[in-house]
Ligand binder design. Structure first.
Ligand SMILES: *Cc1c(COP(=O)(O)O)cnc(C)c1O
Length: 422
C-alpha cells in the first residue's frame, strides 16, 4: 500500500509493500492490522526514550500553544537560546579545548553536515587560504545530499552510482594503528594545502556498516589534524546522546573536534532537528566587518521552536531518568543474546558497543540461494520484531527504555530468523 508515495532506498517495483503504522508506544510499533512489533532500531536511532514519552509530548504541546514557528533571521526565541546553552554545557562535559560554543540549528542530519563542510571551507576562504576538499573514511556515511554523498564511502556506499557526478574527496583508511597513522600523515602532507577538514563518525561508523574503531583512532586523528593545520569534524549524528555508552563518543575518547554535528536522537525521535556546533576558533573566522564573511546558510525552518522544546525535554530526561545506566544494561543483554551467533556458520563477526549490537554475516543475504534482505525483513516481522538488516549487517539499536524482556525477544528473533536457533 503506497498510494502516491515514493519511499526511500526502496525499489518500488519489487519491494514488498510497506506496513501501515497506526500508533507507537514505548518500544512498540502497532500496525493498522492490529499486529504489534517490538522495535529493534528505534526508528533509525532517534527514539532513545521510546516512543510517545509523556514529558516530551507535554513540552511540545505547551510550545505549540505559545509559538509553533517563527523565522530565525533577525529573531530568536527562548527554546533555541536555552537549547544552545544546554548543548554547549553538555559538550563541554569532560572535553578538553578547543571548546565547542556556537550552535547552528538546521532540520536534518545531512544539512547539519553540509553546514559543517561549508563552515570549514568558508573559514578557510575568510582567512584568505582557499581549502575546499575533505578527507573522509571508508565505510563512512554522512548523508544523502550532494556534498555529504561525496564524503560517504566512495565504493561500498549507497551512492556509488553518483561516481563522477560528485566532487571528489580524499578517501582514506581510519588510522587504527601506527602504520595507518603514518599513511594518513603522508596523505595529509601531500594534500594539506587543499584540505579544509577531516570528517569522521567517532567510534562507530553507522549507516556505512556499523563498523567500530577504538578511541585511540580519534586521538590519532586529532593529532594529525593539528599537525597539518586542518579542522576535525566529528559527525555524532548517530553516536550522540548515549548510543555508544557515553553521552558523546568524542567524550569517551577525550577528543574535542573543531566542529560537531548532532541530529537523530536530539529530539528523542519526535521532531526533525539538527545542530552544527563550532569551536570559538572556527567562529572567529567569520567575525568581521565584512558582511560577505558571514556564514551563508539559513534553512527556512531552522531552530523550529517545537523541535527545540522537544530537544530540551529530551535532554531533561537524560538527567531525570537513568539513561546511561540503561544503555549499560542493554549492552550486557545484547552481548549475552548475540554472542552465541559467533560460532554459527556464515557469521563473520559479532560486536556490541553501548546500545548497538551487530551480527555481521560472511556473505550478503541472497548470495548462494540464502534468503535475501527483503525475505529476512519479512521474517523478522513474522517473528514480531522490527529490524532492517542492510548489506551484510543485522543490527539492533533499540530504545534505551526497552525492557529486558524486549531486548531478549529481539536477540532471540535474530538467532531464530538467521539460524533457526533458539
Ligand atoms: C543519519 C546520518 C546522517 C544524515 O542524517 P539525515 O537526518 O538522515 O539527513 C549523517 N551522518 C550520520 C552519521 C548519520 O547517521
Amino acid at each position: 500500500m503506497t498510494g502516491h508515495l515514493w519511499l526511500p532506498y526502496t525499489q518500488m517495483k519489487t519491494a514488498p509493500p510497506p506496513l501501515v503504522v497506526a500508533r507507537t508506544r514505548g518500544a512498540r510499533i502497532e500496525l493498522a492490522d492490529g499486529r504489534v512489533l517490538i522495535d529493534g532500531i528505534a526508528s533509525w536511532w532517534t527514539a532513545c526514550h521510546g516512543y510517545n514519552h509523556p514529558h516530551i509530548a507535554e513540552a511540545v504541546r505547551r510550545q505549540l500553544d505559545r509559538m509553533p514557528h517563527v523565522m530565525f533571521a533577525g529573531l530568536v526565541h527562548e527554546p533555541a537560546l536555552a537549547l544552545a546553552d544546554r548543548l554547549v554545557a553538555l559538550l563541554a562535559g569532560q572535553g578538553p579545548a578547543p571548546r565547542l560554543d556556537r550552535v547552528f540549528f538546521t532540520e536534518s542530519g545531512s544539512v547539519a553536515v553540509e553546514v559543517a563542510m561549508k563552515m570549514a571551507v568558508q573559514a578557510s576562504l575568510n582567512r584568505g587560504r582557499r581549502r575546499t576538499r575533505f578527507v573522509s573514511f571508508r565505510d563512512g556515511y554522512h548523508g544523502d545530499t550532494f556534498a555529504t554523498m561525496s564524503v560517504c564511502d566512495p565504493d561500498a556506499g549507497m551512492h556509488a552510482r553518483f561516481a563522477g557526478v560528485l566532487p571528489t574527496q580524499i578517501a582514506a583508511e581510519l588510522p587504527r594503528d601506527d602504520a595507518a597513522e603514518a599513511a594518513l600523515d603522508d596523505l595529509l602532507a601531500r594534500h594539506a594545502h587543499e584540505v579544509a577538514a577531516i570528517l569522521v563518525e567517532p567510534l562507530v561508523q553507522g549507516a556505512g556498516g556499523m563498523v567500530f574503531h577504538p578511541p585511540d583512532t580519534l586521538r590519532r586523528l586529532r593529532r594529525l589534524a593539528d599537525r597539518h593545520g586542518v579542522l576535525l569534524i566529528a559527525d555524532e549524528i548517530f553516536t550522540g546522546f548515549g548510543r555508544t555508552g557515553a553521552m558523546f563518543a568524542c567524550h569517551a575518547a577525550g577528543v574535542a573536534p573543531d566542529i560537531l554535528t548532532l541530529s537523530k536522537a536530539l529530539t528523542g525521535g519526535t521532531l526533525p532537528l539538527a545542530a552544527t556546533v563550532a569551536s570559538s576558533e572556527v567562529f572567529d573566522a567569520f567575525w568581521s566587518d565584512d558582511p560577505g564573511a558571514a556564514l551563508m546558510h539559513g534553512p527556512t525552518y531552522m531552530a523550529n521552536p517545537l523541535a527545540c522544546a522537544a530537544a530540551l525535554a529530551s535532554l531533561e530526561l537524560f538527567d531525570s531518568e537513568p539513561r546511561l545506566a540503561q544503555v549499560a544494561a542493554i549492552s550486557a543483554a545484547l552481548s549475552r543474546g548475540l554472542e552465541p551467533c559467533r560460532a554459527l556458520p556464515g557469521v563473520r563477526d559479532v560486536r556490541v558497543l553501548g546500545a548497538i549490537g551487530v551480527v555481521e554475516l560472511a556473505r550478503p543475504p541472497g548470495a548462494h540461494g540464502t534468503p535475501d534482505l527483503d525475505t529476512l525483513r519479512q521474517r523478522f516481522v513474522a517473528a514480531g520484531v522490527w529490524l532492517r538488516p542492510f548489506g551484510r549487517i543485522v543490527y539492533l539499536t533499540p530504545a534505551f527504555t526497552a525492557t529486558a524482556a524486549e531486548i531478549d525477544a529481539l536477540t532471540s528473533a535474530v538467532r531464530q530468523v538467521l539460524f533457526g536457533a533458539r
